[in-house]
Design a protein around this ligand. Sequence first.
Ligand SMILES: Nc1ncnc2c1ncn2[C@@H]1O[C@H](COP(=O)(O)OP(=O)(O)O)[C@@H](O)[C@H]1O
Ligand SMILES: [Mg+2]
Length: 360
Amino acid sequence: MTATVLRQHAEQQYAAELAALAAADDRPRPPRWRLSPWAVVTYLVGGTLADGTVISPKYIGSRRLMEIAVATLATDRALLLIGVPGTAKSWVSEHLAAAISGDSTLTVQGTAGTSEESLRYGWNYALLLSRGPTPEAIVPSPVMRAMEAGSLVRIEELTRIPSDVQDTLISPLSEKTLPVPELGIERQAAEGFNLIATANNRDRGVNELSSALKRRFNTVVLPTPATLAEEVAIVEQRVAAQGRALRLPGTPPAAEQIARVVTLFRELRNGITEDGKTKVKSPSGTLSPAEAISVLSHGWSLAAHFGDGLPGAHDLAAGVLGAVIKDPAQDPAIWREYLDTVVREREDWRDLYRACRELA
Ligand SMILES: Nc1ncnc2c1ncn2[C@@H]1O[C@H](COP(=O)(O)OP(=O)(O)O)[C@@H](O)[C@H]1O
Ligand SMILES: [Mg+2]
């Protein structure tokens, strides 16, 4: 018996949408692209095709930003997505690779320990020892494989990679080639090759991009959602999808519960209540949509397994507290003040106030 995978790659999960888009798409496609730039943006932001096929929105936010990102990938510049954690950088990058190249798996996860080998190539040591350096003994990195295939490669958290290792990317991005000095050869990128990197604002300064590398990128900043309605839509959609994937029993959190958690996170993040009347202090955590999504999924799981199946204030309070209080020195006081000046005053938030007070 084969096990069901926990999480499908975007190109598998949305295979039907991608096929419908390809069939309907009569606009010009850049070399080796599976879809035209217009169809890629439609895949990202959603829409309805002439034949009635509904394309679900993956990115909720500015269509123009997605157009800028996609247009970049059709030029000789690479794309750098930056933003605070949880603003869909990785998510957008995966969907871009799925829609453009049909493969989102050519990915390097950037860390302080990422080596040049993982951006260039390594060696199969058994072959290297028995036959010496030959092209067959090369173990290509995702970057090299994307260059050979003419597809997109993704570098996650680029700025966490040490700067001298980052600079390995300069030849592939500027000369479109990867030298293999051991063999006196080079691998030239096929048409269609390009790169999408993501980086967190908060990491900046850890390993800044070198200016030589920076010039090879167009930067697109992914913002936190502009309006409450937009952020609620993002969270609602992702919580429902996650619950389905995890096959959580019970019912998903009701719209009012989602709106409350998102409101609370926005107010603490923005330092002001949604009505613009009361200033509040911001805690140290990022309180992004991604955090709201996990608080609500957790509440769903608590209610489904240990409660009445209906996620309520009691099931959400623990998750909210965990997301808000990251720095034990400063955040508890900030949270207490918000609870007493904002949460307590709202008639329809009484149950949430009580549940939070019980935990504090
Ligand atoms: N604008 C948005 N549209 C759709 N989903 C979003 C948006 N912002 C955040 N998300 C959701 O938040 C989650 C975390 O996003 P992720 O790509 O991991 O963040 P990042 O890489 O920026 O830290 C994803 O499940 C994504 O669907
Ligand atoms: Mg990410």
